[in-house]
Design a protein around this ligand. Structure first.
Ligand SMILES: [Zn+2]
Ligand SMILES: [Zn+2]
Length: 336
């Protein structure tokens, strides 16, 4: 039996290289020969010590490659097609959210690299409904981070109702924020980048920000209000408490759109909700076809992630580099 290399989480939480048997895809699934896989902060959901009784999981949900085997019943794809796989691994089409057309809300959806094996590997398996067509203009390496980080910020801005001329503040110029600034600018917004200190100001302006606010210098709410109040704040920091001071900076009817994951609460006063009619919401990526919209938009509007590449065998170091916050800005594993 032939095997392939995969990087899996050992019981002690470390990442180790392993050989896995190459098997045929299950009905309704495809096998993808992985060309590139992004390393995302959400991989921390998987990379931690786990009981010996659980299978050693392969992380990674920013997968770009080519289909090399079709399971029974797959009709929409052919061997050789380029395909991406993101965080949400494909809807079932039969649960109540699916029946209402909310495919991202599917109650029986695999979470790539979390509940099923992901893309830190030479091969990955995925449900047909989770597959994302890759535009030919995008290389696998360029596409990988757009499948989760890019898509998250793109869809968050759209779902928050960004229009041409909206004032959009992007909190955090990191893995998500450096993409959020680009998407917001290309959607026609006036963009305010917010980061700690002033080191990232030149980069933020180069990416498309009209304004830059240092979060350590004065009240963020007041300064956003001086700019007219934000119609949308895209909050990317993995810290709920850092989002609370942004809320007074929303315009009437404005939306705090959360994409940075943390357990920390965000505080909002009922008065701000009543008189400001503001919204506080969030989202996790979206459906596969929305991701195709995202990739097309990124190609047409020249939105690109800043990338550091590493070979699969160096996945553990690449993961540590991402977690250190020092990567500029997305780390992508390559398989060949
Ligand atoms: Zn991700
Ligand atoms: Zn469903």
């Amino acid at each position: 039996m032939s095997t392939y290399r995969a990087v899996e989480v050992a019981a002690d939480g470390s990442l180790r290289l392993a050989e896995r048997p190459l098997v045929e895809p299950a009905p309704g699934h495809v096998r993808v020969k992985v060309e590139a896989c992004g390393v995302c902060h959400t991989d921390a959901f998987t990379v931690h010590p786990r009981p010996e009784s659980e299978p050693a999981r392969v992380p990674g949900h920013e997968i770009a490659g080519r289909i090399d085997a079709l399971g029974e019943g797959v009709t929409g794809w052919n061997i050789g097609d380029r395909a991406g796989i993101g965080f949400l691994g494909g809807h079932d089409g039969v649960c109540n959210p699916c029946r209402r057309g909310d495919f991202a809300g599917c109650e029986n959806q695999p979470v790539t690299g979390v509940s099923v094996d992901g893309g830190y590997a030479e091969y990955a398996y995925a449900r047909e409904s989770g597959l994302v067509r890759l535009p030919e203009q995008l290389s696998a390496v360029a596409a990988a981070p757009l499948l989760c980080a890019g898509f998250t910020t793109y869809n968050a801005l759209l779902k928050a109702g960004v229009r041409g001329g909206s004032l959009v503040a992007v909190q955090g110029i990191g893995g998500l924020g450096h993409l959020g600034v680009q998407y917001a600018r290309r959607m026609g917004a006036q963009v305010v980048a917010i980061a700690r200190g002033t080191d990232k100001e030149p980069l933020a302006r180069q990416l498309g920000a009209h304004h830059f606010l240092d979060s350590t210098a004065g009240d963020l709410g007041d300064r956003l209000k001086e700019l007219g109040g934000a119609d949308v704040i895209l909050a990317t920091a993995a810290s709920g408490s850092s989002m609370t001071p942004l809320i007074p900076g929303l315009a009437r009817g404005g939306t705090l759109m959360v994409v940075g994951a943390s357990e920390e609460p965000i505080e909002v006063s009922p008065v701000a909700l009543l008189y400001g009619t503001i919204r506080v919401t969030g989202l996790i990526t979206g459906s596969a076809i929305e991701n195709e919209d995202n990739l097309r938009f990124a190609v047409d509007q020249s939105v690109a992630a800043m990338i550091e590449q590493a070979p699969l065998a160096d996945a553990a170091a690449a993961y540590d580099r991402m977690m250190s916050g020092k990567a500029r800005f997305r780390v992508v594993l390559t398989m060949t």
